[in-house]
Design a protein around this ligand. Sequence first.
Ligand SMILES: [Mg+2]
Length: 357
Amino acid sequence: MVLGMKKIIHIDMDAYFAAIEIREDPSLKGKCVVVGGPPNSRGVVSTCSYEARKYGVHSGMSSYQAWNLCPQAVFVHSHFKLYKEISQQVRDIFYSWTDLVEPMSLDEAYLDVTENKKGEESAEKIARAIKDEIFSVTRLTCSAGVSYNKFLAKIGSELNKPDGLAIIPPEKAQEVLFALPIGKFYGIGKVTAAKMQKLGITNGADLAKWELKDLMKAFGKAGFFYYHVVRGIDNREVITEFEPKSISCESTFDTDLDSMDELFAVLRKLSERLANRMATKGISGQNVVLKLKYDNFEYITRSCAMRGSCNAPEVLYKYGEQLLVANWDTARKVRLLGLGVGKLDSGGDCEQLSIPL
Ligand SMILES: [Mg+2]
C-alpha cells in the first residue's frame, strides 16, 4: 500500500449466533438453523445459517414468515451470554494486534493496523493471521476485508462471505465499487436503494456519474457521503471504545457569581485541573468547550477549535477566556462554569501552538 495510507481491516463473523448454536450442538450442522423466537410466537429472526438464507430467510423478519419460507428450519433460542463471551475472546485477538479497534456489534469490528503491536507491514497477512487465530480459539469462521479506509474494508468483508478475505488496494477500488449493486453499498438502505433504482442508479458506476450537487439535491447530506464513497473516499477514523470523546471539569458555586474577575479565576483553576487530568491520561484535544449555567439553571455550551492539538493549561485557559467573554450575558449571574476539551487524541504539540489573541 502507498506510504501514508491507512491499513484498515473489517472483520465480520459469519452467521455469528447461528454458527455458535451449531458449534454447541453439532447435530444442527448442515441444517436450516434460525436463531430467534419460535414461529408460533411474535418472535423475529436474529440470525440464521447460510442454509436457511438460501430460502430467503434473513435477520429481522418475523419467525412466522421464516417458517413459511423454510418449514424444515430448526428454531433455536438465543444465548446472549455465550455470544458475548465469545465476542470477548475475539476482541482479545484483535487487541493482541492493535488497540485501535472499533467494535460495531458483537460480531463485527474495524481495526486500524497501520501501526500494530507486532510490527507486521502486510495488512493482508494480519487479516489471515486473525482469521486463523479466531478459528483456532473459537472454531468459528469470519470474513475479513482489507483496505485503506473503513468503507472499503466493510465492502471487502462482504465480498467473499463466508470465511472470506478480500483485499481492496487503491488501484482496485474503482473496479470493485463500480461493479457493486447499489443495495450492497454500506449506508444505502432498502428505501434509498429503491429510490436510486428509480433514478436509474443500479450500481456504483451509475452512482459515480452523478454530480455532487445533484446527489445532495436528491438525498440531502447523505448525498455528500454517497458522492465520496463511490470514489473510494472515506476519512472516518477507527474510534476505540477506550478513548472518551471529550473530557471536562466544572465547578458549581456556593453563591452565584457576577464578576468577570471571579469567573476568570475559576476558569484558571478549571483549566489547570483539566490539563492535569489530560496529562495523566496522555491525551490532548482540538476543541475547547465552555459551559455556562445561569442562576435559573438555563445553560449554554460554546466551543471553538484550537490551532492543533493541545493540553497545556495556559492555552486551554486562553481559549476558555475568549469563549467566556464572547458568550457570557453579563446581566445574568452564573451558577456553574465548566471547561472541557473535545476531539481528543493522544500526544499533541502545544509548543508549536500559537494563541490567536
Ligand atoms: Mg456477521
